[in-house]
Design a protein around this ligand. Sequence first.
Ligand code: GDP
Ligand code: IMO
Ligand code: MG
Length: 427
Amino acid sequence: MPALVLLGAQWGDEGKGKATDLLGGSVDYVVRYQGGNNAGHTVVVGDQKYALHLLPSGILSPGCTPVIGNGVVVDPSVLLSELSGLNERGVDTSKLLISGNAHIITPYNVTVDKVTERFLGKRKIGTTGRGIGPTYADKINRVGIRVQDLYDESILTQKVEAALDVKNQILTKLYNRRAIAVSQVVEELLGYAEQIKPYVADTVLVLNQALEDDKVVLFEGGQGTLLDIDHGTYPFVTSSNPTAGGACTGAGVGPTKISRVIGILKAYTTRVGAGPFPTELFDEDGEALRRIGGERGVTTGRDRRCGWFDAVIARYATRVNGLTDFFLTKLDVLTGWEQIPVCVAYEIDGRRVEELPYSQTDFHHAKPVYEMLPGWSEDISKAKSFSDLPKNAQNYVKALEEMSGAPISAIGVGPGRDETIEINSFL
Ligand code: GDP
Ligand code: IMO
Ligand code: MG
């Protein structure tokens, strides 16, 4: 029965890939339920480093079945190149399952994503340019193409025609671009069909049967809580639901099946792309976090914006996801600061506010109220248990736990699988 959700508690890049990979050895299925190849998950196994975008991080654990759920958007060319890249490195990917109901990122939606951003100019979202937003928009508009459509040429042609009818008007008349030919898109998509076919399955049935058989299923979120289309810093968000409820709709599993929801929480905060970020630093501390933390996007290579830990956000993540645990990552990056500021509340137009404001205007005006916590200088990367940590590091973790509203059950002290302190077991 145990179904766990593992998701980002901030703006993405919290270390979900590492956390999923760590649990991958003990679970039967790892399921992506939303997002697409906008994700960039780095997994370090021994001296090998893997960058995964679309595939679930469980693909690196031989006993685990990786699943791409119905809520994911799939770029077939990225899927095939990611699979062949792993195969070349000796990773067996044959167990992968892909939902026939997952939507396809078509080449025209990648184009639309890029031209829309250009058109928005300084109001742009800073998307990853992977076609994510337009593909989800097509899904909601009921003109999307699904994986199963690759296996019926006539239906595929009709659907591409319907989608391009409107898009070509927009591309030619508004954006001054050339129209895209239906036949060209259909031909490209059909070219992927046979290679993808062995993986296509009724993943909803597979996952529910697995849960009935007492298998362990881990749902791996992409992006993070504050990038959620409903609960994030709209409109500076992604176009799906990375929050816990997304696991149910994006995989077809009922909420009664989920026993644990783990929020991955970085010991400081980062964000890529545009949008409000109260604790963002523009000084040498921000530069140092970026340098020491290696905060550069895995997908787009953009520098991540960096700032101090924000407990208001952590509390919000606990609430909207019903978090049962936190996995605190990158504590090692904070080694060397004499004092570490932690944002405990906001000041908004002269008022102290303890909880995340629902109003976009208020959030844009939010100024962090900091509490200073004493730092540590000892190397913590070899720590194996909580008591191995210097007292001030222990106190930093305890203070974050107190402020964030859920127990911190694991702590990352380095990128490797074994550079983790386990406090409470997840399984
Ligand atoms: P994801 O998108 O949430 O999977 O995170 P990313 O992979 O984009 O970014 C997290 C980065 O931090 C990766 O380079 C990881 O290898 C690295 N990382 C994860 N956990 C830790 C940790 O505890 N300490 C350090 N120093 N690096 C970590
Ligand atoms: P992982 O899974 C961080 C951000 C983009 C942009 C916004 C919308 O690695 O944590 P999109 O292309 O999704 O329409 O872009 O969301 N974004 C991410 N930021 N980590 C991610 O994924 C992200 N995926 C999207 O930078 O601001
Ligand atoms: Mg990432």
